[in-house]
Structures are given as structure tokens and as C-alpha cells.
Design a binder for this molecule. Structure first.
Ligand code: DAH
Length: 335
């Protein structure tokens, strides 16, 4: 009787399963109801009693062998199906290149700006984009109803009818971060405050409803206007090179006195024009007072620059809207 099980065992072992079809053929031949394993088991009844036990054990061992082989083949075929190549694949072709992205020109510009002020000893601070009226205007010496508020129209949200609760605004500038910084610390302060700001302005080649600023604040005992000018000149020379054509002219902001603006020449000598990149000035005593810094003891300078303007001048971009279109043909030029 053991010849039968031995023969079956040999056949199972030598059966080659290399495809789905062969797998199915194997299963039908050996493990289906009418397969060879079942038919051997069916013979048990006709075996002499003393041989029966041994025979049963042998058939069961063969059955297990067939099952294991089936399982192994199933897994092997499943795996190779996942990784198999088509005959038409040319494996000698060079691999397709990975396309590397680049930092957005605004991010690159911001990194350059931060780098300059880092070298000048400024730390970095930030504040919320959704501000309250107090931080965005009142503490910066824009009294309620003051016409200077019209310079910076934004998106207002009325929180409640109670005149004592502040309206919310999308901040119009990064200057409110000066207030937060000074309220939460003690002088001296020397920080830059980068971030996104919002204005209710018509969208043109030069202005957009959102943009980025870098605010700067330096408050200490003897800070002077000369130091402000020096800092700003050093800044533009470090960004644009020493030959950069700039001018500094008087201006007005409620939170500085005196106030100034800095322009950079845009274009060639005859047809170019001045483009404003920042406002600045000596921090107004009322501002210091609103945050509990004694204006008799401390003085400071502050500035706020437009990152988009600085980037446009740096790269020669003539339309601000290009910076927000996310057009790859534009962005890929900033490798
Ligand atoms: N916040 C002003 C603006 O958005 C810019 C500015 C001017 C910031 C003078 C300053 C400053 O810190 O001193 O137009």
C-alpha cells in the first residue's frame, strides 16, 4: 500500500507550478474532491486493519505536503505578478529623472532678508494675522475715526454691538507685532517680524489684496535716526549690491515721528522710476507709552518693508500677480 502514497508524494514534489493555470491544474489533480489525495483516503476502508493506521498517517502527510505546496505557489505567483515587467519594458533605458521643486521666489527673498538682519543682531518674532482693532490701529497711535486709518482699508469683522469690544481685522501691516512684542517683554528690543498682511485694494500690477511685510523694531536707550538710516542703507546694499540706487525721503505714519520712506530705482536710467520698498521712522512716544515703555528713558526706530516689492526689484518681475498665479513656467525660473 505504501507504494501508492510514495508515488503520490513523488508526483506532488515533482509538479512544477509556474503559472496560474498550473496552480489550478495542481489543485484539481491533487486536492479537489475527486483528486488523487481524496481517492487514496477513500481506499482506507479496504485496507487491512493492521496497516490502516500507518496508511492513514501517510496519506495525511501527503495531503499536508500538497496543501503546503499550493500555498507556497500561490504566494510566489502573487508576489511576482506585482513586480513583473512587461516583455516590452526596456530595462536598459536610463531612469526617468526626479523633478526637484524650488522655494517660491517670495520664500527665497524672505530668507535673504532674514539672513541680513540675523547678521545685524535681530531676532525673529511673529503675531496673528487676525488682529483686533487695538493692536492694528489704536495702540499704534491711530485714534478711532482718525483719517490716517483710511491709508489702510482692510476687512473688518464686527464682533458685537457692545462699543467696548474690539472689532476684528485682517491685519493691514505687521506693525501690531511691535505692540505684542513690547507688551510681553522688557526693553531693549531688537527683532524683525515677518508675515502676511491684507488690504482692501484694487488688484493691479503693483498691488494685491494680500502681501508680505517684514517689520523691524529696535528699542534701546540711545537709538538714533542716524542708526536707522545706516541700518536701512546696509540692508539694501546687502540685498542689491553696493551700487544700488536708493533714496530716503520724509513721510508720515501715525506711529513714528519723524517718518520716512525708502525707494529703489526700478528700470534703466532714462525710463526707470522710483519704487517704494519700505516705511520707517523713530517710534512715536505715544506708542511706547501704550505698551508701558517709558519714552523718557527709551527710544527706538522701526521699519516695515514689502517683501513682494523687494522680490520684484531683485528678480525684475514687473507684475505682482505673477507671484500668486502658481504658474510653473514662472516658478521654474527661480532655480
Ligand atoms: N506699517 C507701515 C505700512 O504698512 C509701514 C511702516 C512704516 C512700518 C513705518 C513701520 C514704520 O514700522 O516705522 O505702510
Amino acid at each position: 500500500m505504501s507504494e501508492l502514497t510514495d508515488k503520490l508524494k513523488k508526483d506532488i514534489e515533482s509538479f512544477k507550478i509556474n503559472s496560474r493555470e498550473e496552480l489550478e491544474h495542481f489543485r484539481l489533480t491533487y486536492l479537489s474532491k475527486k483528486g488523487r489525495v481524496s481517492s487514496l483516503l477513500g481506499k482506507i476502508g479496504s485496507i487491512a486493519a493492521e496497516e490502516r493506521k500507518l496508511f492513514g498517517q501517510k496519506v495525511n502527510a501527503v495531503k499536508k505536503l500538497a496543501h503546503d505546496k499550493l500555498e507556497e505557489a500561490e504566494q510566489r505567483l502573487h508576489k511576482s505578478q506585482k513586480t513583473s515587467r512587461k516583455a516590452t519594458d526596456d530595462i536598459s533605458l536610463p531612469a526617468s529623472s526626479l523633478s526637484l521643486g524650488v522655494a517660491h521666489p517670495l520664500s527665497q527673498t524672505l530668507t535673504r532678508i532674514k539672513d541680513v538682519f540675523y547678521r545685524l543682531g535681530f531676532s525673529i518674532a511673529d503675531g496673528p494675522e487676525v488682529e483686533d482693532d487695538f493692536h492694528n490701529f489704536t495702540a499704534l497711535n491711530f485714534p478711532p475715526e482718525h483719517p490716517a486709518r483710511d491709508m489702510q482699508d482692510t476687512f473688518f469683522i464686527k464682533k458685537s454691538d457692545d462699543p467696548n469690544t474690539d472689532d476684528l481685522v485682517l491685519r493691514t501691516h505687521t506693525s501690531p507685532v511691535q505692540i505684542r512684542l513690547m507688551k510681553n517683554g522688557t526693553p531693549p528690543f531688537r527683532s524683525i517680524m515677518p508675515g502676511r498682511v491684507y488690504r482692501n485694494e484694487s488688484i493691479t500690477a503693483k498691488s494685491y489684496c494680500l502681501f508680505h511685510q517684514v517689520e523691524g523694531l529696535y528699542v534701546d536707550k540711545n537709538v538714533s535716526l542716524a542708526e536707522l538710516k545706516d541700518t536701512l542703507i546696509m540692508f539694501v546694499e546687502m540685498i542689491y549690491g553696493e551700487g544700488v540706487r536708493y533714496r530716503i525721503r520724509p513721510s508720515f505714519f501715525p506711529f513714528t515721528e519723524p517718518s520716512l520712506e525708502m525707494d529703489i530705482w526700478w528700470g534703466d536710467d532714462e525710463t526707470g522710476k522710483w519704487l517704494e520698498i519700505l516705511g520707517a521712522g523713530m517710534v512715536h512716544p505715544n506708542v511706547l507709552q501704550s505698551v508701558g515703555v517709558d519714552p523718557e528713558e527709551y527710544r527706538g526706530f522701526a521699519f516695515g518693508m514689502g517683501v513682494e516689492r523687494i522680490a520684484m526689484l531683485f528678480y525684475g518681475i514687473d507684475d505682482i500677480r505673477l507671484l500668486y498665479d502658481n504658474d510653473l513656467r514662472f516658478l521654474q525660473q527661480f532655480q
